[in-house]
Design a protein. Sequence first.
Length: 103
Amino acid sequence: MKKYLPFVSALVLGFFFLGSISTVRGLGSTDALMPKEISKEEAAKKYPLPAGKNSYPMGVAVPTSTGGFFQSPYSSRIYDCRQLKKKGALVLDEGVNKVFVKP
């Protein structure tokens, strides 16, 4: 039994390591929400800036193999922003009705 312990341990650690990588790297468009881009004028009318701030907060980049996925700074929602070509585009987090900037 002792000679199988290193093999079993390596196998368990390998599955754990591969499982954790696949959850970060394997994020697909089905796991992420489609963003709703809004204009600066619409954002100014409907979604005022946070108190004491002069701009909307930036989205947080999610490390994936394809890139273009951003997490809202307000919630844990992840948006697939690959079709938004313009940096600085305003994205509406519809869960909390707040706006953030695509970096």
